[in-house]
Write a protein that binds this ligand. Structure first.
Ligand code: APR
Length: 254
């Protein structure tokens, strides 16, 4: 039986503003591997230095492009899990802002309509030079076959290569998504942290801002994370089990 602290449930029930801070564990039960879990971590199979850096893009844009399109296809064939749906349902009675480190679109597909992607999105290709969003249909994930080298399309405005709309190691976060996240953490009454190891900054510094303002932070993670000993409540539960239980408890006490 899940030990959901009653205090945590009360906090969420009475909150006007709820901010969700999610990481790869949020999508694990949808079948998308996390990054650092040893047996399933994505990086174990691919060397991050090989694929998720500006240098890799310079060295071999076609390989980097094909890998991201493969990941986009993986997501396209995946469904949001009960955790994503519980978060969307929570927004029926209060403002819920999702700040995610994930580049999948599962929060949106579950119905969350306020989502900020701190590390970008698999579904937002943009020009590597002028930054404009790319709208060509030739980047549809189904069109890219991961084994073949897919030449990046060209931006119609400046003829530079189109790149994945994902933030790479060493790159700055997009100013727009970062300011949306800062604003959410500045007004929120509670933070629900789900499925993140809490070791990648500056994203991992956001829950600290809430705690510094005396705002409670509730974590859902089957394992301890780097945030666990600082959050208000750390619930040892997965996203797809813990979040529906939270929703049910919040509704029960209405
Ligand atoms: N439910 C909830 N949490 C889970 C689940 C689950 N079903 N399965 C695993 N987890 C937890 C793990 O215990 C771990 O703490 O999710 C966390 C996943 O951590 P990471 O793999 O490090 O993913 P994340 O924290 O999102 O990584 C941050 O690093 O590689 C970069 O840009 C990438 O956004 C990513 C960032």
């Amino acid at each position: 039986e899940l030990d959901l602290p009653a205090a945590a449930v009360d906090i969420v029930r009475s909150a006007r503003w709820v901010t969700v801070f999610s990481g790869a564990g949020m999508s694990a039960e949808s079948g998308i591997a996390t990054f650092r879990d040893a047996e399933t971590g994505l990086w174990e199979r691919y060397d991050p230095a090989q694929l998720a850096t500006p240098e890799a893009w310079e060295a071999d844009p076609a390989l980097v492009w094909a890998w991201y399109q493969w990941r986009a296809r993986l997501v396209r064939d995946t469904e949001p899990n009960a955790g994503h749906h519980a978060l969307a349902a929570l927004a029926a009675d209060r403002a819920v802002m999702v700040v995610t480190q994930n580049v999948d679109d599962l929060h949106e597909r579950a119905g969350s309509d306020v989502v900020s992607h701190l590390h970008g999105s698999l579904f937002a290709p943009r020009c590597s030079h002028c930054g404009r969003p790319y709208r060509g249909t030739d980047v549809e994930p189904d069109r890219a076959v991961e084994r073949l080298r897919v030449e990046p399309p060209m931006c119609p405005h400046c003829l530079a290569p189109v790149r994945p709309g994902v933030v790479w190691f060493g790159e700055p976060l997009s100013a727009e998504s970062w300011s949306k996240a800062e604003n959410a953490f500045a007004v929120t009454d509670v933070v629900i942290v789900v499925g993140t190891s809490g070791i990648v900054y500056p994203a991992a510094g956001l829950p600290e801002r809430a705690l510094a303002r005396g705002v409670p932070v509730i974590e859902f993670n089957p394992e301890p994370s780097a945030l666990s000993d600082r959050v208000t409540h750390s619930v040892r539960a997965s996203a797809a089990l813990g979040l529906p239980a939270l929703l049910e408890a919040v509704r029960a006490g209405r």
